[in-house]
Design a protein around this ligand. Structure first.
Ligand code: WTA
Length: 653
């Protein structure tokens, strides 16, 4: 297939545009859409909501902003599960593959669920939840690996109006417990275990320890690997046994557009993760149209988003977005390099994946293996590539473009956040430009800008805070679970409710394409995973011999950033065994993804006169920054010399 999907810009090296062929096929190919949408953003989204989704009842008012909350499609009624499943079953898509599930073990069979299969499974499971007393508005925690039951469970919750809260399966028992407690969930859905790089992960054991003393009344357990696990009588049920007794039809609940579809916990600036609230109508509208336009989804596409369901990317692009479009979704259970580094590419070849969405960290990992390896696989089915989660540098972009996309597929670099529900800033496949390190323009119907500390808008090339202007995007969060104060403080107060504040730095070029410059708060992106300094510090501080700690990100060639810990002990000296103990505390408190790459023992941490730890200075030191900023405001500037020695600080010119 020598089809040209992109063309190189004649004037600028490394800028690409869609070919006429791609423009012809793309849902959106006329740049005019941006200006048209701007004329009346509310009307624009109303049309999308109406065209893209099935509503049981039309809304009375499209958009209301009552500080600090805004609402979309007020009093409109719909059901997210109905939109992802039922409506397709009524069409020719009934027997179309909804989910192609690829297990990690290579000797195990691939499973294909058609939309009709999905419909049956979801209905039965929705009835199982009802049987356990789950009602509209109740919270259900889902702690599952990447197996089809994860989408089934999410959709079943949506069907009966229960609020799901998915917890990443690599999070520890303590993380799970914290999230169960905050959401006061009734039911936990988990599995007997799963495979990761050939090893068995004992999920049920984590679940058992997490539910102790919480509001969880019942645990539903998927038999994934069939190992011997502890089942508590009257509390625990096997998924297959409970659905067997359930009816094959369950009426989809009529949900108000503003009703909560899910809570997803994410890291903020404090140690405690916050439960981001997403509603039904607004979220689904954005999920539907961003999936369709960003990835130019057509009926013959096979869409693979490699993100785990425990992150927002998994929610929107490995569940709601593609399924509401009636697309075929590929879901892979395991690690990218199992049993060897060719696994992902073999899957693309085998299933003719057309649309592939992953994180820059994965691409950077593959670069190490050279170019020859990738020539062994037929990747010609690919049409569109996407990235998400962190900035992608030019080298990784070009490598991805050349080796995976065969210089044929545009790279859609999507900027968004857990809070935004769906993508917001990226080029569209039929419009372009595809320009390394630039995400692109605001999705039609949304407006972003860059402002200074006082909220004044900046011009092209000037770095400042990325903000969103009203009317706020339909998919944007609708609060923080049980914490309005935090919702106001983190997103609205900084610019006095004029803008949604993203906590990202950015600038835009002369043509209005945004380039992200990274977080401006204490949130890191470690291999694409969102993590806060404070939560790692809290986990470290649990160690009985730790007086205090500070965690900052250090740049990393593959993971983007890695956490580096500075620890002050109560007594004695640091040692390798103590280092290991501290790392174990982090794994126990959060999970392996949060492991510090280095632990430095120091006798003091730089602090302001009011006692606040100056992480900024530590960040400068671990990254060998020449400029460490103003040290005169420190209470204890003498500690800096010791820290520099311990780290081996070599300022870069
Ligand atoms: C960062 C992930 C640069 C950003 C969907 C944001 C990005 C945070 C990009 C949200 C991108 C996400 N380019 N940076 N294309 N996409 N980010 O909540 O700092 O896990 O604020 O959501 O990731 O991370 P989260």
């Amino acid at each position: 297939m020598a089809t040209e999907w992109v063309v190189r810009d004649e004037k600028e090296e490394n800028v690409f545009w869609p070919s006429s062929e791609m423009k012809k096929r793309a849902w959106v190919s006329d740049e005019k859409i941006y200006d048209d949408a701007k004329k009346d953003q509310i009307k624009f989204w109303e049309k999308l909501a109406e065209d893209g989704l099935v509503w049981f009842k039309k809304w009375d008012k499209a958009y209301v902003w009552e500080k600090p909350y805004f609402k979309w499609f007020v009093n409109g009624e719909l059901n997210a599960c109905y939109n992802c499943v039922d409506r397709h079953v009524k069409t020719w898509r009934r027997n179309k593959a909804a989910i192609i599930w690829v297990p990690e073990p290579i000797d195990e069979d691939v499973k294909v669920l058609t939309y009709y299969d999905l419909y049956r499974e979801v209905n039965r499971f929705a009835n199982a939840l009802k049987k356990l007393g789950v009602k509209k508005g109740d919270r259900v925690v889902i702690y599952l690996p990447m197996i089809p039951q994860v989408q089934i469970a999410m959709l079943a919750c949506a069907r009966i109006g229960a609020i799901h809260s998915v917890v990443f399966s690599a999070f520890s028992a303590e993380s799970l417990k914290q999230r169960i407690e905050d959401s006061e969930a009734k039911v936990l859905i988990t599995a007997d275990g799963y495979y990761r790089r050939g090893k068995i992960i004992d999920l049920k054991r984590n679940a058992d320890s997490a539910v102790q003393g919480t509001t969880i009344k019942n645990v539903i357990v998927v038999r994934r690997i069939g190992n011997d696990i502890n089942m508590v009588k009257g509390r625990d049920y096997f998924w297959d046994e409970i659905v067997k007794e359930c009816d094959g039809y369950c009426e989809a609940e009529k949900m108000k557009s503003q009703d909560i579809l899910f809570i997803l916990y994410t890291s903020g600036t404090t140690g405690k993760p916050k439960g981001i609230i997403h509603d039904t109508g607004g979220y689904l509208t954005q999920a539907h149209w961003t999936a369709k336009w960003d990835f130019d989804l057509h009926d013959d596409d096979v869409f693979w988003c490699t993100a785990d369901i425990g992150w927002v990317t998994g929610h929107t692009y490995a569940c709601y977005g593609p399924l509401s479009n009636g697309a075929t979704l590929l879901v892979y259970e395991g690690a990218p390099d199992y049993p060897d580094i060719g696994r992902w590419w073999k899957i693309i070849e085998e299933f003719g994946v057309t649309t592939f969405y992953t994180a820059p960290t994965a691409i950077r990992m593959f670069i190490r293996y050279g170019e020859d390896l990738f020539k062994r696989y037929d990747l010609s089915s690919l049409r569109i590539l996407g990235t998400v989660g962190e900035p992608i540098d030019t080298d990784a972009w070009l490598w991805y473009f050349k080796n995976i996309g065969g210089c044929r597929c545009p790279i859609i670099d999507t900027w968004w956040q857990t809070e935004t529900g769906g993508t917001l800033i990226n080029s569209l496949p039929g419009i372009g430009p595809f320009k390394p390190t630039f995400a692109g323009k605001s999705f039609p119907g949304t407006v972003h800008t860059v402002v200074d500390e006082d909220g004044n808008e900046l011009g092209p090339g000037e770095v400042g805070y990325l903000v969103q202007k009203p009317p706020f995007a339909p998919g944007l969060l609708h609060g923080v679970w049980k914490n309005e104060k935090k919702y106001i403080e983190e997103y609205w107060e900084k610019f006095n409710f004029r803008y949604y504040y993203t906590s990202d730095g950015a600038y835009y070029d002369e043509d209005g394409n945004f380039r992200l410059t990274g977080r401006v708060d204490d949130v890191m992106k470690v291999a694409g995973h969102r993590l806060s300094s404070a939560e790692v510090e809290d986990a470290i501080d649990e160690h009985p011999n730790v007086r205090e700690s500070a965690v900052v990100p250090r740049k990393d060639e593959i993971k983007g950033e890695v956490p580096i810990a500075f620890v002050v002990l109560k007594h004695g000296e640091g040692s390798d065994s103590l280092k290991k103990e501290i790392i174990d505390f982090v794994v126990k408190g959060i999970g392996p993804t949060a492991k510090p790459a280095e632990v430095y023992f120091v006798s003091d941490l730089p602090k302001t006169r009011s006692g606040k730890i100056m992480r900024r200075i530590l960040r400068g030191i671990v990254n060998n920054k020449k400029e460490l900023g103003n040290l005169t405001t420190l209470m204890n500037p003498e500690c800096i010399d010791e820290i520099k020695v311990v780290v081996g600080y070599k300022p870069l010119e």
